[in-house]
Design a protein around this ligand. Structure first.
Ligand code: CUA
Length: 404
């Protein structure tokens, strides 16, 4: 593997690179100069050519040179380092602010509108200030492409800022050894256009609640759940992008992908493309103004399809999924797949069924409900509301086969 220099993603990062280049250049020049000088001395003052050593005392010009030249070089390097350090530390006052909470072993980003995410979405060309803290031990927030690395400290606030120049995805790493899964404490900065950021930002927080309100007011929720359970109609959880079997005239089915166009058609003319196994649905063509339709479509398609499942988004945002898989694989904690309704053996050997009450306690106060064979490293999530805990448990239930 050849090491590659990650291209600087911000102007401040470019200055940091310049400083490193300057220091490297000065060091390399001094190395070459001293090496050549040494070789020349060895040759010039070899005893065959220079049998009699001279005793030289005092040389004003040599003294001035070896005082002034290194001083200028050191001051130059210091100046370059100081100004680029200042650029990294001086967050503009109008910067967008994001709260960063590190915990074993995930990052949570909280926006001014209350939206939380485990990926740092930011608009391009806009300064972003990160106010950081840690919920447990020391971590360090590191974005190599932006040349920023800042410790997060429990009980203390630190900050960093950046202004991304190009859209794209940039790695976030934890740069402070913080326990077993330190190496997996990863995320990304997703730098997107201003419009896309706005859409993403609104699809969470207030946007979601409004859309759910609309779904309720149009009676959609009477037949379609948001948590994966089956009612008279298919669940809306994760519907975006799913393949749907559509009944065709004369029997049989064809497959349609539930993209944005399909979802729009399914609301306006549901009977034209009926999903196999379900009764018809009334058309909302007359009833639903375009504005409401767009809000619902935006919610269904989300910034990402997973936003539909609030419990899952929460589990991601809270960092649960860094230790608990949803596909049956083992990370640091038990997998969520199939846990709901199944027996678990606790530390003291007792067997309990992982029902709603058990799972709620396991989230809030994990120490008392530790499953045998796992390290007692899970933090308490006592800050979650009952509603959030329930959404998470619903999501776990949907991973255990849906109905109960
Ligand atoms: Cu967090 Cu290493």
């Amino acid at each position: 593997m050849t090491p590659t220099l990650i291209q600087a993603g911000t102007a401040a990062a470019a200055r940091v690179d310049q400083t490193f280049l300057l220091i490297f250049g000065v060091s390399a020049a001094i190395l070459v100069f001293i090496t050549l000088l040494m070789v020349w001395f060895v040759f010039r003052y070899h005893h065959a050519r220079h049998p009699q050593a001279a005793d030289i005392r005092g040389n004003v010009w040599a003294e001035v040179a070896w005082t002034v030249i290194p001083t200028v070089l050191v001051m130059g390097m210091f100046w370059s380092g100081w100004t680029s350090f200042k650029a990294l530390r001086s967050a503009p006052a109008d910067a967008m602010r994001v709260k960063v909470t590190a915990r074993m072993w995930s990052w949570v980003f909280e926006y001014e509108n209350g939206r939380r995410a485990s990926t740092l979405y930011v608009p391009v060309d806009r300064p972003v200030r990160l106010d950081m803290t840690s919920a447990d031990v020391l971590h360090s927030f590191f974005v190599p492409a932006f040349r920023i690395k800042m410790d997060t400290v429990p009980g203390m606030e630190t900050y960093a800022w950046f202004q991304a120049e190009r859209e794209g995805s940039y790695d976030i790493l934890c740069a402070e050894y913080c326990g077993l899964q330190h190496a997996n404490m990863l995320s990304t900065v997703e730098v997107v256009s201003a419009e896309e950021f706005k859409r993403w930002s609104e699809s969470g927080a207030g946007g979601d609640e409004e859309a759910v309100g609309l779904l309720e007011s149009y009676g959609c929720m009477g037949c379609h759940s948001l948590d994966g359970s089956e009612e008279a109609g298919p669940t809306l959880m994760g519907i975006y992008g799913k393949e749907r079997p559509i009944v065709v005239d004369g029997g049989g089915t064809r497959t349609v992908v539930a993209d944005e166009q399909y979802l729009r058609r399914a609301i306006l003319e549901p009977d034209a493309e009926l999903v196999a196994g379900y009764e018809g649905m009334p058309s909302y063509k007359e009833e639903m103004p375009a504005e409401d339709l767009e809000k619902i479509i935006r919610f269904l398609t989300g910034g990402a399809a997973r936003d539909l499942d609030r419990g899952r988004s929460l589990m991601e945002a809270e960092g649960c999924l860094s230790c608990h898989s949803t596909d049956g694989s083992e990370i640091a904690g038990p997998t969520f797949k199939g846990i709901y309704g199944h027996k678990v053996v606790l530390e003291d050997g007792t067997e309990v069924v992982a029902d709603e009450a058990y799972l709620a306690e396991a989230i809030r106060d994990p120490e008392k409900t530790m499953v045998k064979g796992y390290e007692p490293i899970m933090p308490q999530y006592s800050h979650l509301s009952d509603e959030d805990v329930k959404a998470m448990i619903d999501s776990m239930r949907s991973l255990s086969g849906g109905h109960d």
